[in-house]
Design a protein around this ligand. Structure first.
Ligand code: ADP
Ligand code: ADP
Length: 226
């Protein structure tokens, strides 16, 4: 069964702007799916609907075997990584990683275990006592990834996670995300406007234009038949 299913999903904003015109496609369990297209094509809107941050105007959206149209963000089995990191500046790395878990009522030992696990997976184990401002952009983005990782969600949502990094860091963080995906085998939905990023990272790619799905295929097939 598909992990995430869009079935005629449509988004009309309050001002009448149609951001997504009836999208229908499946993302398989464990798949790394990239949503790509120019600015304003509806990528973020699609992702934010999966996250539960935008209401769905029509159609059905499922995660696993559950229709989530009316399910609150915290009750969806997802975690989202934002492009601006959204770290708490006054908290250490460890506290940033632990915060969402504590909020959800996980016990101390469990929080500790997950924070350690994420820190090791992301090469942050030696930085747990640092504050975000004492870290590089790449390290901060790793903490942002870690905050999603500790949640152990069945779907990761990544919204342009490399856009605040310089070219060199972009390359290494991209490789880390690919490695993380291989290691975890978790479904990921990754939004970018960068075609190279899409082609190198995606197992399959959804190409969007003006709120419509233009193509869905593997990078190889898209490359041969642009
Ligand atoms: P992308 O992520 O591909 O840049 P978005 O999903 O952000 O595209 O936006 C898709 C369309 O919806 C654009 O035309 C954008 O201007 C519009 N849009 C996005 N957010 C809102 C909003 N809150 N209210 C009205 N229109 C919006
Ligand atoms: P989660 O429960 O998803 O781990 P948190 O409970 O830590 O997230 O934070 C709740 C919301 O606040 C999230 O949407 C997160 O992106 C946002 N957020 C976290 N840190 C900051 C910050 N420093 N400034 C603004 N928003 C933040």
């Amino acid at each position: 069964m598909a992990k995430v299913r869009f079935d005629g999903v449509r988004k009309v904003y309050d001002n009448g702007q149609v951001a997504v015109h009836g999208a229908s496609f499946d993302i398989e369990d464990g798949e790394l799916m990239v949503l790509v297209g120019p600015s304003g094509c509806g990528k973020s809107t699609l992702l934010r609907m999966v996250a539960g941050l935008e209401e769905i105007s029509a159609g059905t959206l499922s995660i696993g075997d559950r229709v989530v149209n009316d399910v609150a963000p915290k009750d969806r089995d997802i975690a989202m990584v934002f492009q601006n990191y959204a770290l708490y500046p006054h908290m250490t790395v460890a506290e940033n990683l632990a915060f969402g878990l504590k909020l959800r009522g996980h016990g101390k030992a469990e929080v500790q275990r997950r924070v350690q696990g994420a820190a090791e997976a992301l090469g942050l184990a030696a930085m747990l006592d640092k504050l975000p401002r004492a870290m590089s952009g790449g390290q901060r983005q790793r903490v942002a990834l870690g905050r999603a990782l500790v949640r152990e969600p069945s779907v990761f949502l990544l919204d342009e996670p490399l856009s605040n990094l310089d070219a060199k860091l972009r390359h290494s963080v991209r490789a880390e995300i690919a490695q993380l995906h291989r290691k975890l085998g978790t479904t990921m939905i990754y939004v970018t406007h960068d075609q190279v990023e899409a082609m190198t990272l995606g197992q399959r790619i959804v190409v969007l234009d003006e709120g419509r799905v233009q193509q869905i295929d593997t990078p190889m097939a898209l490359y041969q038949r642009p």
